[in-house]
Design a protein. Structure first.
Length: 691
């Protein structure tokens, strides 16, 4: 007779065949005789036949390979709430033991799972640990209730380098993706789905492989969620580092089922923030200007100070946030002498503004690595700091630069030197770029640092601590540009995409990241950064058409948002557009909220959604309001777009809804659906009064 145990209290169960924990929403059933587990949700989603898998030395060991399985149950209370944890120990003579931890929280639709390997530190090492592995070929099953051929999975990029895109891939027979740190499997029409991601980012790069194997139905999906991802898309040229010790832990996984996958991704982000809070920022949405798209390497003193003067003229019409405007240097601020930099900062401050600077902490751009490292008094050259593989070879260049080892004492001195200069010169904002160089796998100076993510945490913590307000005596905004998505606790804002300028293709590209990554805003980072808001023309592109430029501004406003302009305002057309568009107080008020709009649909493949929404209660007007941003990415078509109020989340209303377009001011009453006509490359920003 089988012995099945429902959770009733605390204890160790050595003679049970299975253990089940259920909170009324999610059920975890651990089959001790098989070393496998199932997860099922009240609404019908389920994962069956899952195991844990760990690489030990040169071989893979699965929990199902072990002959003995012992379970313990105990109550927990942590940052995620109160719940029940089941710990399962898998034992076999001659092998390190594996230990799984399953936690179900009260009233939560998700479970957390982690696996550990236990053995002697000298011999026990791993660069692959998978708390969740489900294979169709071995009796595994992943099923979304009411799903079918319409199921999709989101590929979340590891970073935002090389114009990488997010992607929603249909899970048809033979299709597969590898996502990083997070993903969702969902049915677009109903929006029901599973969200899977990592809650810990101190050691591992987490990969999530999702596949619909050849000849299988699309509701039977293979999943592998593991620590140890390394390859082209993580910017690695060597394997993930091995973690060693008496007890080595995998990433902590989050697996939840949601009626709307969008709610699930937001819940996942909030769960991360409960465990490791985002870097606190009380200064409001940064409004201002950044030099890169206006000048690139032609940056000079005159452009910088003349831009400051022009932005001062926009202050009274409303282009500021609580009186604050940033005027930021990007790369090539070194074109200016130190004296010019000091004059420039003084000029900005005299205009009532704040100055920003740019730096690449983990990248060597030079050609002669024998040169002395600044701030080290001749103790080190860059040859000493360069990150190498385990055979001592310098790692290949990335984006034209070589990686610096964040743990090297010479780099710590260099970091202190540069950040102290920025603070002493009066800067209050830093754009940190090409940060992925600090996260690549390599052999680090500090022997305790064995993985790229450990090194990245090491280096970024040093920067955060040097710029802490309590240390320098004032707030200092830290913006992450090209950077891994996780870990996140070192920046107040992060650029959501790679470089995006003013053309409609740039707008669509940036909004691709918002379509599948909006959930980072005000959870992992206080603000998403939509990059250069070019209203007219950047240094490397043709001038934008009227609607094209205003679409770029609209996209930035809804992103969450860091609103940094990017034009050279010595150009008359750029000035005229800024003066006209940035006087629209209703639009700027939306930008000041720092709240991201949410995509209406999630089936744009590697493109961007066309419609985004934000529902809010406006305290000043005592109104429940839905804002809708609608985009036309086409250069030569004038489409009619229609969306039902039901899809927008609004009930039928007698007499219809009062609707107003914020750019034109046009108002009307709409019933049943919102119907719009958009010119080529046009965006419209709609306000719907709900009550």
């Amino acid at each position: 007779m089988s012995k099945d145990v429902q959770h009733t209290g605390i204890g160790t169960l050595t003679d049970a065949d299975s253990v089940t924990v259920d909170n009324g929403i999610v059920n975890v059933a651990i089959r001790l005789t098989e070393g496998a587990y199932d997860i099922s949700w009240r609404d019908g989603d389920r994962i069956s036949g899952a195991v844990g898998s760990v690489k030990l030395g040169d071989s893979i060991r699965r929990t199902s390979d072990y002959p003995r399985h012992e379970a313990s149950i105990f109550e927990v209370e942590d940052a995620l709430g109160r719940g029940t944890t089941v710990t399962v120990l898998h034992v076999e003579a001659g092998f390190p033991s594996l230990e799984q931890h399953f936690t179900v929280y009260e009233r939560a639709p998700y479970v957390t799972i982690q696996i550990a390997a236990i053995g002697s530190g000298a011999d026990m090492r791993s660069n692959y640990m998978a708390p969740l592995a489900v294979s169709n070929g071995k009796g595994g099953l992943v099923q979304i209730a009411g799903g079918g051929d319409e199921l999709r999975a989101i590929r979340v990029p590891f970073d935002n380098d090389k114009w990488v895109r997010y992607e929603s891939t249909p899970l048809l027979s033979g299709s597969a993706i590898e996502s990083y740190e997070a993903s969702a499997i969902y049915e677009p029409a109903s929006r029901r789905g599973l969200v899977i991601g990592s809650l810990t980012h101190d050691t591992w790069k987490t990969g999530i492989r999702i596949a619909a194997e050849e000849g299988t139905a699309s509701d039977a999906i293979a999943i592998e969620a593991f620590g140890g991802a390394a390859g082209e898309l993580t910017r690695d040229s060597i394997a993930h580092g091995e973690v060693a010790g008496d007890r080595v832990y995998s990433p902590l996984l989050f697996i939840g089922s949601y009626a709307d996958y969008r709610d699930g991704l937001e819940a996942f982000a909030q769960a991360n923030a409960k465990l490791v809070p985002a870097l606190d920022w009380q200064g409001g949405v940064p409004f201002g200007w950044n030099s890169w798209s206006a000048a690139a390497d032609k940056l000079d003193y005159e452009l910088y100070v003349s831009t400051s003067d022009f932005l001062r003229t926009l202050h009274a019409p409303g282009f500021h946030n609580e009186g604050v405007v940033y005027v930021n240097f990007d790369s090539f601020w070194t074109n200016l002498s130190e004296e010019q930099l000091e004059y420039a900062v003084a000029h900005v401050q005299a205009n009532g503004q704040k100055a920003g600077i740019y730096w690449t902490p983990f990248t060597f751009w030079g050609h002669d690595a024998s040169q002395e490292v600044e701030g080290t008094n001749g103790a080190y050259t860059y040859e000493d700091l360069l990150l190498r593989d385990r055979e001592g070879n310098v790692l290949p260049s990335l984006d034209g630069g070589l990686s610096i080892d964040p743990t090297h004492p010479g780099n710590l001195l260099r970091t202190e030197y540069h950040l102290a200069r920025f603070v002493d010169w009066g800067f209050e904002y830093a754009k940190l770029d090409f940060l992925g160089h600090g996260a690549v796998e390599g052999y680090h100076y500090d022997p305790a640092v064995r993985t790229g993510i450990q090194a990245y945490n090491f280096g970024m913590a040093a920067i955060r601590d040097k710029l802490a307000p309590e240390r320098i005596g004032r707030p200092f905004h830290i913006n992450l540009s090209i950077a891994p998505l996780f870990p996140y606790q070192y920046g107040h804002s992060r650029r959501i995409s790679c470089d995006a300028f003013g053309l409609i293709g740039d707008t669509e590209y940036m909004l691709n990241a918002l379509t599948y990554g909006w959930w980072m805003n005000d959870a992992l980072y206080r603000y998403n950064d939509p990059d250069h808001t070019v209203l007219y023309q950047s240094f490397n592109q043709d001038a934008t058409a009227h609607h094209e430029g205003r679409s770029r501004l609209t996209a930035s406003v809804i992103a969450g948002t860091v609103l940094l302009l990017g034009d050279d305002y010595r150009n008359e057309e750029a000035r005229q557009r800024a003066e006209a568009w940035l006087a629209n107080e209703e639009v700027l008020r939306l930008a000041r909220l720092g709240r991201t709009f949410v995509p209406l649909e999630g089936d744009a493949d590697s493109g961007a959604a066309e419609i985004f929404t934000l529902r809010m209660f406006e305290d000043d007007s005592d109104s429940d309001v839905l804002y809708v941003a609608v985009f036309n990415y086409e250069r030569d078509t004038v489409p009619e777009k229609a969306v039902s109020f039901e899809r927008l989340g609004l009930a039928d209303k007698e007499g219809g809804y009062r609707v107003r377009e914020l750019w034109s001011g046009e108002g009307w009453t709409a019933a049943g659906e919102l119907r719009l006509s958009l010119e080529a490359m046009e965006a419209k920003l709609i306000r719907i009064a709900i009550k």
